[in-house]
Design a protein around this ligand. Sequence first.
Ligand code: ADP
Ligand code: MG
Length: 254
Amino acid sequence: MSTPILEARGITRRFGGVVAVNDVNLVVGKGQIVGLIGPNGSGKSTMVNLVTGELNPDEGQFLFEGQDITGLPTYRRARAGMARSFQLLRLFTSLSVEDNLLLAHHMRMKTGIVDSILGRASGLAEEQAARRRARELLAWFDLEAFADKPASELSIGQQRMVELARGMMSEPTLFVLDEPAAGLSPPNVDKLILLIRRLRDEFGMSILLVEHVMRVVRDLCDHVVVLDSGVKIAEGKPDAVVKDPVVVEAYIGS
Ligand code: ADP
Ligand code: MG
Protein backbone atom coordinates (compact mmCIF):
# COMPACT_ATOMS: atom_id res chain seq x y z
CA MET A 1 0.00 0.00 0.00
CA SER A 2 1.32 3.48 -0.82
CA THR A 3 1.93 6.07 1.89
CA PRO A 4 -1.37 7.60 3.03
CA ILE A 5 -1.91 11.26 2.22
CA LEU A 6 -2.88 11.93 5.86
CA GLU A 7 -2.32 10.04 9.05
CA ALA A 8 -3.46 11.18 12.50
CA ARG A 9 -1.82 9.30 15.36
CA GLY A 10 -3.21 9.50 18.87
CA ILE A 11 -4.54 13.03 18.48
CA THR A 12 -5.84 14.62 21.70
CA ARG A 13 -7.07 18.18 22.19
CA ARG A 14 -8.52 19.60 25.39
CA PHE A 15 -10.43 22.83 26.04
CA GLY A 16 -10.24 23.39 29.81
CA GLY A 17 -11.86 20.29 31.26
CA VAL A 18 -13.40 19.14 27.97
CA VAL A 19 -11.51 16.55 25.93
CA ALA A 20 -12.83 17.61 22.51
CA VAL A 21 -10.73 15.03 20.63
CA ASN A 22 -9.50 12.02 22.57
CA ASP A 23 -6.66 9.83 21.27
CA VAL A 24 -7.99 9.64 17.70
CA ASN A 25 -6.25 7.72 14.91
CA LEU A 26 -7.35 8.32 11.36
CA VAL A 27 -5.95 7.50 7.93
CA VAL A 28 -6.84 8.99 4.54
CA GLY A 29 -5.37 6.95 1.69
CA LYS A 30 -4.46 8.58 -1.63
CA GLY A 31 -7.56 9.07 -3.78
CA GLN A 32 -9.85 8.07 -0.91
CA ILE A 33 -12.90 9.90 0.36
CA VAL A 34 -12.99 9.43 4.13
CA GLY A 35 -16.03 10.58 6.10
CA LEU A 36 -15.88 11.98 9.61
CA ILE A 37 -19.27 11.82 11.31
CA GLY A 38 -20.77 11.95 14.80
CA PRO A 39 -23.43 13.76 16.81
CA ASN A 40 -23.21 17.47 17.58
CA GLY A 41 -20.32 18.32 19.86
CA SER A 42 -18.51 15.04 19.12
CA GLY A 43 -15.32 16.81 18.02
CA LYS A 44 -15.55 16.87 14.21
CA SER A 45 -14.81 20.56 13.69
CA THR A 46 -12.05 20.44 16.28
CA MET A 47 -10.50 17.52 14.39
CA VAL A 48 -10.73 19.44 11.09
CA ASN A 49 -9.06 22.45 12.71
CA LEU A 50 -6.32 20.20 14.06
CA VAL A 51 -5.75 18.63 10.63
CA THR A 52 -5.45 22.02 8.92
CA GLY A 53 -3.37 23.59 11.69
CA GLU A 54 -5.89 26.17 12.91
CA LEU A 55 -5.47 24.36 16.24
CA ASN A 56 -2.58 22.36 17.62
CA PRO A 57 -3.04 19.05 19.44
CA ASP A 58 -2.02 18.55 23.08
CA GLU A 59 -0.89 15.06 22.15
CA GLY A 60 -0.34 13.10 18.98
CA GLN A 61 1.16 13.50 15.57
CA PHE A 62 0.03 14.31 12.04
CA LEU A 63 1.78 12.92 8.99
CA PHE A 64 1.17 14.34 5.52
CA GLU A 65 2.48 12.06 2.78
CA GLY A 66 4.65 10.48 5.43
CA GLN A 67 6.15 13.79 6.63
CA ASP A 68 5.56 15.02 10.18
CA ILE A 69 3.55 18.25 9.92
CA THR A 70 2.55 18.49 13.61
CA GLY A 71 2.79 22.12 14.69
CA LEU A 72 3.20 23.57 11.19
CA PRO A 73 1.11 26.72 10.55
CA THR A 74 -1.83 26.54 8.13
CA TYR A 75 -0.02 28.29 5.26
CA ARG A 76 2.79 25.73 5.36
CA ARG A 77 0.21 22.95 5.21
CA ALA A 78 -1.51 24.75 2.31
CA ARG A 79 1.78 24.88 0.43
CA ALA A 80 2.31 21.20 1.13
CA GLY A 81 -1.01 20.49 -0.63
CA MET A 82 -3.80 20.85 1.91
CA ALA A 83 -6.96 22.91 1.37
CA ARG A 84 -10.21 23.24 3.28
CA SER A 85 -13.71 24.57 2.92
CA PHE A 86 -15.61 26.09 5.81
CA GLN A 87 -18.94 25.04 7.31
CA LEU A 88 -19.96 28.68 7.51
CA LEU A 89 -19.21 30.33 4.19
CA ARG A 90 -16.39 32.82 4.34
CA LEU A 91 -16.74 34.58 1.02
CA PHE A 92 -16.12 38.31 0.65
CA THR A 93 -19.63 39.12 -0.48
CA SER A 94 -18.84 42.52 -2.02
CA LEU A 95 -15.95 41.15 -4.08
CA SER A 96 -16.46 39.46 -7.41
CA VAL A 97 -16.46 35.69 -7.55
CA GLU A 98 -13.15 35.67 -9.40
CA ASP A 99 -11.51 38.06 -6.91
CA ASN A 100 -12.66 35.80 -4.08
CA LEU A 101 -10.69 32.98 -5.67
CA LEU A 102 -7.60 35.13 -6.21
CA LEU A 103 -7.59 36.80 -2.82
CA ALA A 104 -8.18 33.67 -0.76
CA HIS A 105 -5.49 31.90 -2.75
CA HIS A 106 -2.88 34.54 -1.98
CA MET A 107 -3.89 34.75 1.65
CA ARG A 108 -3.78 31.01 2.15
CA MET A 109 -0.47 30.53 0.39
CA LYS A 110 1.02 33.75 1.80
CA THR A 111 2.26 34.73 -1.64
CA GLY A 112 2.83 38.37 -2.46
CA ILE A 113 -0.67 39.73 -2.14
CA VAL A 114 0.47 43.36 -2.28
CA ASP A 115 2.55 42.73 -5.39
CA SER A 116 -0.36 40.99 -6.98
CA ILE A 117 -2.90 43.70 -6.29
CA LEU A 118 -0.50 46.38 -7.54
CA GLY A 119 0.41 44.24 -10.56
CA ARG A 120 4.11 44.64 -9.84
CA ALA A 121 6.50 42.88 -12.16
CA SER A 122 7.73 40.52 -9.47
CA GLY A 123 4.29 39.04 -9.03
CA LEU A 124 3.05 39.37 -12.58
CA ALA A 125 3.73 35.91 -13.97
CA GLU A 126 2.31 34.35 -10.85
CA GLU A 127 -0.68 36.66 -10.98
CA GLN A 128 -1.40 35.69 -14.58
CA ALA A 129 -1.13 32.01 -13.73
CA ALA A 130 -3.53 32.48 -10.80
CA ARG A 131 -6.03 34.33 -13.01
CA ARG A 132 -5.84 31.59 -15.60
CA ARG A 133 -6.40 28.95 -12.97
CA ALA A 134 -9.35 30.90 -11.49
CA ARG A 135 -11.00 31.09 -14.93
CA GLU A 136 -10.44 27.40 -15.56
CA LEU A 137 -11.88 26.44 -12.21
CA LEU A 138 -14.91 28.71 -12.63
CA ALA A 139 -15.56 26.99 -15.95
CA TRP A 140 -15.11 23.56 -14.39
CA PHE A 141 -17.60 24.44 -11.64
CA ASP A 142 -20.01 25.94 -14.19
CA LEU A 143 -19.65 29.39 -12.62
CA GLU A 144 -18.15 31.24 -15.61
CA ALA A 145 -21.19 33.46 -16.01
CA PHE A 146 -20.74 34.72 -12.44
CA ALA A 147 -17.01 35.48 -12.53
CA ASP A 148 -17.47 39.27 -12.40
CA LYS A 149 -20.57 39.32 -10.18
CA PRO A 150 -20.35 40.13 -6.47
CA ALA A 151 -20.54 36.89 -4.48
CA SER A 152 -23.57 38.33 -2.65
CA GLU A 153 -25.65 37.97 -5.84
CA LEU A 154 -25.24 34.20 -5.91
CA SER A 155 -27.55 31.65 -4.31
CA ILE A 156 -26.31 29.64 -1.31
CA GLY A 157 -25.86 26.63 -3.60
CA GLN A 158 -23.71 28.66 -5.98
CA GLN A 159 -21.74 30.18 -3.10
CA ARG A 160 -20.97 26.64 -1.88
CA MET A 161 -19.55 25.89 -5.33
CA VAL A 162 -17.43 29.07 -5.19
CA GLU A 163 -16.15 27.91 -1.80
CA LEU A 164 -15.03 24.63 -3.37
CA ALA A 165 -13.52 26.34 -6.42
CA ARG A 166 -11.63 28.63 -4.08
CA GLY A 167 -10.17 25.68 -2.19
CA MET A 168 -9.02 24.19 -5.50
CA MET A 169 -6.98 27.30 -6.36
CA SER A 170 -3.90 26.05 -4.52
CA GLU A 171 -3.95 22.73 -6.43
CA PRO A 172 -4.40 20.70 -3.27
CA THR A 173 -3.83 16.97 -2.97
CA LEU A 174 -5.97 16.74 0.19
CA PHE A 175 -9.24 18.65 0.40
CA VAL A 176 -10.84 18.90 3.84
CA LEU A 177 -14.55 19.67 3.52
CA ASP A 178 -16.51 20.80 6.58
CA GLU A 179 -20.21 20.14 5.95
CA PRO A 180 -20.32 21.10 2.26
CA ALA A 181 -24.01 20.13 2.02
CA ALA A 182 -25.09 22.48 4.83
CA GLY A 183 -28.03 24.61 3.73
CA LEU A 184 -28.37 22.98 0.30
CA SER A 185 -31.69 21.91 -1.26
CA PRO A 186 -31.99 18.20 -2.18
CA PRO A 187 -31.32 18.81 -5.93
CA ASN A 188 -28.21 20.82 -4.99
CA VAL A 189 -27.10 18.01 -2.69
CA ASP A 190 -27.27 15.68 -5.72
CA LYS A 191 -25.12 18.11 -7.73
CA LEU A 192 -22.64 18.38 -4.89
CA ILE A 193 -22.28 14.59 -4.65
CA LEU A 194 -21.49 14.38 -8.37
CA LEU A 195 -19.01 17.23 -8.12
CA ILE A 196 -17.12 15.84 -5.14
CA ARG A 197 -16.87 12.48 -6.89
CA ARG A 198 -15.51 14.22 -9.99
CA LEU A 199 -12.95 16.10 -7.87
CA ARG A 200 -11.62 12.74 -6.79
CA ASP A 201 -11.87 11.02 -10.17
CA GLU A 202 -10.60 13.85 -12.40
CA PHE A 203 -8.04 15.50 -10.11
CA GLY A 204 -7.08 12.44 -8.08
CA MET A 205 -8.02 14.40 -4.97
CA SER A 206 -8.04 12.78 -1.54
CA ILE A 207 -10.88 14.07 0.61
CA LEU A 208 -11.66 14.22 4.32
CA LEU A 209 -15.37 14.92 4.52
CA VAL A 210 -17.25 16.07 7.62
CA GLU A 211 -20.92 15.77 6.82
CA HIS A 212 -24.28 15.58 8.54
CA VAL A 213 -26.28 14.62 5.48
CA MET A 214 -26.12 10.81 5.56
CA ARG A 215 -26.96 10.46 1.87
CA VAL A 216 -23.75 12.31 1.03
CA VAL A 217 -21.71 10.10 3.35
CA ARG A 218 -23.22 6.87 2.02
CA ASP A 219 -22.89 7.87 -1.64
CA LEU A 220 -19.33 9.16 -1.48
CA CYS A 221 -17.25 7.71 1.30
CA ASP A 222 -14.90 4.76 0.93
CA HIS A 223 -14.42 4.72 4.68
CA VAL A 224 -16.13 6.42 7.62
CA VAL A 225 -14.83 7.34 11.08
CA VAL A 226 -17.39 7.99 13.82
CA LEU A 227 -16.67 10.25 16.79
CA ASP A 228 -18.69 10.50 19.98
CA SER A 229 -17.58 12.79 22.83
CA GLY A 230 -14.20 13.09 21.13
CA VAL A 231 -13.62 9.32 21.01
CA LYS A 232 -13.56 7.21 17.86
CA ILE A 233 -16.37 4.70 18.48
CA ALA A 234 -16.50 3.00 15.07
CA GLU A 235 -15.04 2.98 11.58
CA GLY A 236 -15.49 1.07 8.36
CA LYS A 237 -17.62 1.03 5.21
CA PRO A 238 -20.51 3.54 5.38
CA ASP A 239 -23.30 0.96 5.04
CA ALA A 240 -21.95 -1.13 7.92
CA VAL A 241 -21.09 1.84 10.12
CA VAL A 242 -24.53 3.47 10.00
CA LYS A 243 -26.12 0.17 11.12
CA ASP A 244 -23.63 -0.41 13.94
CA PRO A 245 -25.65 -0.44 17.22
CA VAL A 246 -22.93 1.58 18.97
CA VAL A 247 -23.27 4.31 16.32
CA VAL A 248 -27.08 4.24 16.34
CA GLU A 249 -27.02 4.54 20.14
CA ALA A 250 -24.63 7.51 20.00
CA TYR A 251 -26.94 9.39 17.63
CA ILE A 252 -30.10 8.55 19.61
CA GLY A 253 -28.46 9.42 22.91
CA SER A 254 -27.34 12.83 21.64
P1 ADP B 1 -18.70 19.06 16.36
O1 ADP B 1 -18.05 19.79 15.25
O2 ADP B 1 -18.64 17.57 16.22
O3 ADP B 1 -20.10 19.52 16.60
P2 ADP B 1 -16.79 20.46 18.05
O4 ADP B 1 -15.46 20.01 17.60
O5 ADP B 1 -17.25 21.80 17.60
O6 ADP B 1 -17.89 19.35 17.73
O7 ADP B 1 -16.82 20.48 19.64
C1 ADP B 1 -16.37 19.39 20.44
C2 ADP B 1 -16.38 19.77 21.91
O8 ADP B 1 -15.37 20.73 22.18
C3 ADP B 1 -17.69 20.42 22.37
O9 ADP B 1 -17.93 20.02 23.70
C4 ADP B 1 -17.39 21.90 22.29
O10 ADP B 1 -18.18 22.61 23.20
C5 ADP B 1 -15.92 21.94 22.67
N1 ADP B 1 -15.21 23.06 22.02
C6 ADP B 1 -14.97 23.18 20.69
N2 ADP B 1 -14.26 24.30 20.42
C7 ADP B 1 -14.04 24.89 21.64
C8 ADP B 1 -13.35 26.09 22.05
N3 ADP B 1 -12.74 26.89 21.16
N4 ADP B 1 -13.34 26.37 23.36
C9 ADP B 1 -13.93 25.57 24.27
N5 ADP B 1 -14.59 24.44 23.96
C10 ADP B 1 -14.64 24.09 22.66
MG1 MG C 1 -18.93 21.22 13.76
